[in-house]
Design a protein around this ligand. Structure first.
Ligand code: GRF
Length: 208
């Protein structure tokens, strides 16, 4: 009897709307990514990402910083939930906190983030606004592995997005989102297929 194919178990951390979560879940459902979303964790009880997950029958958990005595205790609660769910890859999808060091240590090379700018330009929470204020002609999207810095980890994939003269943060972010929905599932697929090799700062993609 053939053994069932091992699917990479994803733990998604989201604080907001969850449109990337939706794009990833859809790509999995369409058969393009050999993974399953084992758990969605949010630090915000009202995050729409939770509702999106529940609609798809994905287990969810709210872990709020204010329920814990300090940041390490909060991070340990997240770590425990990821462990119980048997997560292989942690996927940050609009998670508005720095991932704690203990989590980074527990998942070396196994945490991904998506950032709405071409890193190392415009790191931090306001990547779209900062690019617009700098009046760049081209910005974009970066998927990277997470290390202990702010948006500093090895880069997996990037896609450029042109800035129009009449763009505001909303119109530009809307186009950036479209690019995110393409490259995040693709990066997760490469990980799930065992095709991402990290050598220092460089991420090599093995041919399929
Ligand atoms: C995305 O633009 C992502 O790049 C950034 O936060 C936003 C999350 O959007 N890290 P959503 O919650 O996936 O809709």
């Amino acid at each position: 009897m053939a053994l069932p194919e091992k699917r990479t178990r994803l733990g998604v951390l989201a604080s907001g709307s969850g449109t990337n979560l939706e794009a990833i879940a859809q790509a999995i459902e369409d058969g393009g990514v050999p993974a399953e979303i084992a758990l969605v964790i949010s630090d915000k009880p009202g995050a729409f990402a939770l509702e999106r997950a529940e609609r798809r029958g994905i287990p969810v958990k709210v872990i709020e910083l204010s329920d814990y005595p300090d940041r390490p205790a909060f991070d340990r609660a997240i770590l425990a939930a990821l462990g119980v769910a048997g997560v292989d890859l942690v996927v940050l999808a609009g998670y508005m906190k720095l991932v704690g060091d203990e989590i980074v240590d527990a998942f070396p090379g196994r945490i991904m983030n998506i950032h709405p700018a071409l890193l190392p330009c415009f790191p931090g929470e306001q990547g779209v606004r900062d690019a617009l204020e700098h009046a760049v002609k081209v910005t974009g999207v970066t998927v990277h592995f997470v290390d202990k810095g702010l948006d500093t980890g090895p880069i997996i994939a990037q896609e450029a997005v042109e800035v129009d003269e009449d763009d505001d943060v909303e119109t530009l972010h809307n186009r950036i989102h479209l690019s995110e929905y393409r490259i995040y599932p693709k990066a997760i697929r490469l990980f799930a297929e065992g095709r991402l090799i990290v050598e220092g700062r460089r991420v090599r993609v093995l041919p399929g």
